[in-house]
Design a protein around this ligand. Structure first.
Ligand code: IPM
Ligand code: MN
Length: 360
């Protein structure tokens, strides 16, 4: 298969982890006879610096024309500590999601047996955890009207949802539940928020089309607690934009490192794949960032094009690296490996047909 892939390394550790994902994809192309054509484009703080915009027109064009996008990370402390900054790196990502209509952000989480003891949670609580978060990505409070009053003493952000925006992601989440363990949990704050009441009403309505799915509801505050108390209860989680942002970072702790979690952002005509972690500026250029989330995002990209065997080859390599402790310092404080070492192990492992060398 021939695929045009736009690469948006972005800020901080983004370029380092994307480089490892490219190594893995190159290995897959070689082994399975595919052609992956990569086109780099800039986004975020680096794009502000180079082109004066967090999402230059040229970047949007490359992304629109690509079959898929692989995104690294965004953000720079220079802006975080400056609330009055006129342009912000994050706007690049938000504008890209909105422009491409990437309404469903899919964040799967499962536990590697070899890492159970890395987690801050007890082994019996997390062993066997396997759920996926469907986070709405192009609406809600992120994209509602917002304003700071002229005298700077008042501000507002409006949270708004339409039934169309709720329905389209709900169907994807229900369909996912059908091929998983047939449970869907809607997380909202319908005891307080009107938008949440609309979500609940629609989900109850839509659930009639999916009679085999066991539907459940949780208020977001309770859900935050349940994720830590008993994460095994979850199969498919469906939630709005900001709750999904917060809960997926919380959920990442269960796996042992946020550096492990990949995501897919799906739209009508475009698909983007991105690690859920941020730009981790403290690690930039140190060759210590965990590349696995970016590499696993590349696997989700392959799955999107029905290249399941290829995606599985990446996941097997990742599992092997974890099993053999060929991991970065977030997972392995002693004898750890660098970002590039881990990436090279993965591509070598993918290309090593007999898997002889590393199985010894
Ligand atoms: C994420 C990030 C983004 C978000 C930021 C960088 C705008 O935290 O992808 O989860 O809030 O959606
Ligand atoms: Mn986030």
């Amino acid at each position: 298969m021939k695929l045009n892939i736009a690469l948006l390394p972005g800020d901080g550790i983004g370029p380092e982890v994307i480089q490892q994902a490219v190594k893995a994809l190159d290995a897959i192309a070689e082994k399975y006879n595919h052609e992956f054509i990569f086109t780099y484009a800039s986004i975020g703080a680096i794009a502000i610096k180079e082109a004066g915009s967090p999402l230059p027109d040229a970047t949007l064009k490359i992304c629109t024309e690509a079959d898929a996008i692989l995104f690294g990370a965004i953000g720079d402390p220079k802006y975080d500590n400056n609330p009055t900054a006129k342009i912000r790196p994050e706007e690049g990502l938000l504008k890209l999601r909105k422009s491409l209509g990437l309404f469903a952000n899919i964040r799967p989480l499962s536990i590697y047996d070899a890492l159970i003891h890395q987690s801050n949670l007890k082994a019996e609580v997390i062993k066997g955890v396997d759920f996926v978060i469907f986070r709405e990505l192009t609406s809600g409070i992120y994209f509602g009207e917002k304003e700071l009053s002229a005298d700077g003493t008042e501000a507002f952000d409006v949270c708004k949802y339409t039934v169309e925006e709720i329905d389209r992601i709900a169907h994807l989440a229900f369909k996912s539940a059908q091929i998983r363990r047939k449970k869907l949990t809607l997380i909202d704050k319908s005891n307080v928020l009107e938008t949440s009441r609309l979500w609940r009403k629609r989900i109850i309505e839509i659930s009639k089309n999916y009679p085999t799915i066991n539907l459940d509801f949780l208020f977001v505050d309770n859900a935050a607690m349940q994720l830590i108390l008993n994460p095994k209860q979850f199969d498919v989680i469906l939630t709005e934009n900001m709750f999904g942002d917060i809960l997926s970072d919380e959920a990442s702790v269960i796996s042992g490192s946020i550096g492990l979690l990949a995501s897919a952002s799906i739209g009508i005509n475009s698909a983007m794949f991105e690690p859920i972690h941020g730009s981790f500026p403290q690690a930039k250029g140190k060759n210590i960032a965990n590349p696995l989330a970016a590499v696993l995002s590349a696997a989700m990209l392959l799955d999107h094009f029905q290249l399941h065997e290829e995606a599985e080859a990446i996941r097997t390599a990742v599992e092997k690296s974890i099993e053999l402790n060929i991991t970065t310092p977030d997972l392995n404080s002693t004898n750890h490996f660098s970002t590039t070492n881990v990436g090279s192990f993965l591509s070598d492992f993918i290309l090593d047909d007999e898997n002889t060398f590393y199985n010894k």
